[in-house]
Design a protein around this ligand. Structure first.
Ligand SMILES: Nc1nc2c(ncn2[C@@H]2O[C@H](COP(=O)(O)OP(=O)(O)OP(=O)(O)O)[C@@H](O)[C@H]2O)c(=O)[nH]1
Ligand SMILES: [Mg+2]
Length: 418
């Protein structure tokens, strides 16, 4: 379990290093990104087909009936706020605020997105987005692409994980796949033990290459395990699958935070960034971070607009990127096969340069094609990862860096195929 003190100390040390202005630009942007990630709640998205049990699961994870039964809503973001606030984003982009979750008033507004702020402690650690994807494939892909931009960790709710669901899941960036959970909701539908085990086995083999595990849950029982007085019936919670799922979610959240902390440690070591207890002489007063109060807008959710008409040459652009990456990978392979001794430092530096080149191309492109922003974000993450691999200087780093390049190439190929 990651301790809050470690996170706070790391944030303060990063902020102190950023304020000193002593770091090279690549390290500066990495420090900035790690600091921002550590200060913000982890952004969890609950996805799945309509009626798959997303809202009930959201209520279970927040421990509150946030979304009432039997209501049809667009995507809803539940995030931390000192006071309850409901902002409805309308189809024309305007926002209307309401004081209470009045379903009648909400329905009258016909919002395309709802942002709900609540003073629930759990929301200081995670914000939760219920993604309502609609029924047509095009709108489903659009909604998922939109949600992926603001998601660190995803849960896919399913009963069968059909081929259509697998196809939708595969449209998400691979970076998101690594930190996600497949949840078999409505597990109580298979009351006899054998049928349930069979169903779970089938789901596990359907999801084998995509998820490390499948978590079955009877959400209604998990919700009922919390009495009106707030006291939890532990055995009921365990039997429902709720306890295992809560553990798995917290573990995934922790893993994400730990990865950022590991990144910070490598950065501190590589750039000899001094500890807070022994600040360098010329270091200016550190800016005090305020980790207690999460930012007012923990997520940078963009309003789900009608799908922008893609610039006509987007496929050409994606093909250019695929060719660029294929050429770079080929170059690397030739170098690796021709040289007697592996100059891993040089190869790593080259990989980093390639991804930086890609980030540059995407940044220029993003000015005219905002839809490319999440790809840009994923590539910036890859550049951070490359830098960390370079700094770590481990034997497997070259292999990891080439795999990372191939993964980016595969993402672009999937975009063209979609
Ligand atoms: N038996 C059983 N019913 C469930 C479970 N989870 C959800 N349901 C029921 O399934 C229906 C849909 O659940 P929701 O949580 O509203 O599903 P959703 O995915 O949010 O639905 P939309 O927002 O309309 O797409 C409701 O009638 C729930 O009571 C479960 O674990 N067991
Ligand atoms: Mg719902």
């Amino acid at each position: 379990m990651v301790s809050k003190a470690t996170v706070d100390k790391t944030i303060a040390r990063l902020d102190q290093a950023l304020a000193s202005g002593d770091m090279p630009p690549a390290a500066y942007s990495l420090a900035e990104r790690i600091s921002k990630r550590l200060k913000s709640p982890v952004r969890l998205a609950i996805m799945g087909l309509p009626g798959s049990g997303k809202s009930r699961l959201l209520n279970f994870l927040t421990g509150t009936e946030v979304i009432p039964k039997n209501v049809k809503l667009p995507s809803v973001l539940v995030a931390w706020g000192k006071v309850k606030k409901i902002d409805c984003t309308l189809a024309d982009g305007k926002t209307k605020s309401l004081d209470s979750f009045d379903i009648k008033a909400i329905n009258q507004l016909k919002p395309v997105f709802i942002r709900l702020k609540l003073p629930l402690p759990v929301l200081k650690k995670i914000s939760i987005l219920e993604v309502n994807i609609g029924t047509h494939e095009t709108e489903q892909k659009r909604a998922l692409t939109w949600a992926a931009r603001s998601t660190d960790l995803a849960i896919w709710c399913t009963q069968d994980f059909t081929k259509a669901e697998i196809k939708l899941w595969n449209t998400l960036p691979s970076a998101l796949h690594d930190h996600s959970l497949l949840v078999m909701t409505k597990a109580d539908a298979h009351s006899d033990k054998d049928t349930r085990a069979k169903k779970l086995g089938a789901l596990r083999s359907a999801a084998a290459k995509l998820f490390s595990n499948v978590h079955p849950i009877d959400t209604l029982q998990a919700l009922a395990a919390r009495g009106k007085d707030g006291v939890i019936n532990e055995s009921r919670l365990a039997k429902s699958g709720g306890q295992d799922l809560l553990r798995a979610v917290l573990h995934a959240v922790d893993q994400g935070i730990q990865a950022s902390l590991d990144g910070a440690v490598i950065l501190f070591t590589s750039y000899q960034i001094s500890d807070l207890a022994t600040p360098a002489q010329k270091t200016p007063e550190p800016e005090q971070s305020k980790p207690e109060a999460p930012p007012d807008e923990p997520t940078e959710l963009l309003v789900p607009k009608e799908a922008p008409t893609p610039p006509p040459d987007r496929d050409d652009f994606n093909s250019e990127i695929v060719t660029y990456l294929a050429d770079r990978v080929k170059e690397l392979q030739t170098q690796l096969s021709e040289s007697d001794a592996l100059d891993s430092e040089m190869i790593m530096a080259q990989c980093y340069e390639y991804v930086e080149g890609l980030v540059e191309q995407l940044t220029t492109r993003a000015a005219n094609d905002p839809d490319i922003l999440h790809t840009l974000d994923a590539c910036q993450d890859a550049a951070d990862m490359m830098l960390l691999l370079q700094l770590e200087n481990q034997d497997s780093a070259v292999e990891d860096a080439v795999v990372l390049l191939l993964q980016i190439k595969r993402d672009f190929e999937q975009k063209i195929a979609a």
